[in-house]
Design a binder for this molecule. Structure first.
Ligand SMILES: NC(=O)c1ccc[n+]([C@@H]2O[C@H](COP(=O)([O-])OP(=O)(O)OC[C@H]3O[C@@H](n4cnc5c(N)ncnc54)[C@H](OP(=O)(O)O)[C@@H]3O)[C@@H](O)[C@H]2O)c1
Length: 239
């Protein structure tokens, strides 16, 4: 997809990877609607990225918030070409010490949020396919934790394995409607993620701008070329 004047929705735009996705999409001429809960951080980001960044306060766990956010995008621009389902978090710990609240916030943000945003974007993308012969591209940000189980991350593992299943199913379902679905599985990335997860960052993480560059590459491939899955790892994880 050629991104000039295209419309992208990035969830979790206020920080880390989402900020880099927004920046790189705008660099290529797209309009970006950035969703997150932190209104002040989104407003500061608009100061940095300029008028092509449109802040939208939205909790992706909340059905009404998501519906309102996607109505805002379509009312403003009349289309959605790219959706990056990036909002997500982890709260690590032994399974017998995980609170129900910690379990729920990971499943609700990482899985329910991906479902709600996908469901909200697909009708507009299907209409674009009917009108123009191509619907758009949905990229789900899973994790290596969507492929490999490991100690003390069981709730996060469960949520990202779910994202993998949802991505594979929707990829096969929606390609018939001219809509691409890709799922990416990065290893550790240098963002605020580890502060929220409650653990130290690994010694040699991936850089968020490099992960964003890979995702932009997927999106910029020709319309008939669907890269459905990508795994990304640092070369020497322990430095
Ligand atoms: N960093 C890593 O090592 C790593 C590795 C593999 C995959 N990932 C995945 O990459 C994605 C981005 O994480 P990151 O590393 O960029 O972490 P981050 O810097 O902590 O950013 C997380 C983003 O998600 C948003 N968010 C959290 N809950 C939300 C909610 N309920 N509604 C809307 N937005 C919400 C946050 O914004 P607000 O707080 O303002 O809502 C923030 O913008 C996540 O899905 C994560 O699982 C990260």
């Amino acid at each position: 997809m050629e991104l000039t004047d295209k419309v992208a929705v990035v969830t979790g735009a206020s920080s880390g990877l989402g900020r880099h996705f927004s920046e790189q999409l705008i660099d290529r001429g797209a309009q970006v609607f950035g969703l997150a809960r932190s209104t002040d951080t989104l407003s500061a980001l608009r100061e940095d990225l300029g008028a092509a960044f449109h802040p939208v306060t939205c909790d992706v766990r909340d059905e009404d918030d998501v519906a309102t956010a996607f109505d805002t995008v379509v009312d403003a621009r009349g289309r959605i070409d790219v959706l990056i389902n990036n909002a997500g978090l982890a709260q690590f710990g032994p399974v017998d010490e995980q609170s129900t609240e910690a379990w729920d916030v990971q499943q609700e943000t990482n899985v329910r949020g991906v479902f709600l945003c996908t469901r909200a974007a697909v009708p507009t993308m299907k209409q674009q396919n009917a009108d123009e012969g191509f619907g758009g591209h949905i990229v789900n940000i899973a994790s290596i934790a969507g492929l490999l189980g490991n100690p003390n991350i069981s709730a996060y593992n469960a949520s990202k394995f779910a994202v993998r299943g949802f991505s594979e199913a929707t990829m096969k379902e929606l390609r018939e409607d001219g809509i691409k679905v890709s799922c990416v599985y990065p290893g550790s990335i240098a963002t605020n993620f580890f502060d929220v997860a409650g653990v130290d960052m690994t010694d040699n993480p991936l850089q968020p701008e490099d992960v964003a560059q890979t995702v932009l590459h997927l999106i910029e491939m020709p319309n008939n070329h669907l890269i459905s899955e990508v795994v990304m790892r640092p070369l020497r994880p322990r430095g």
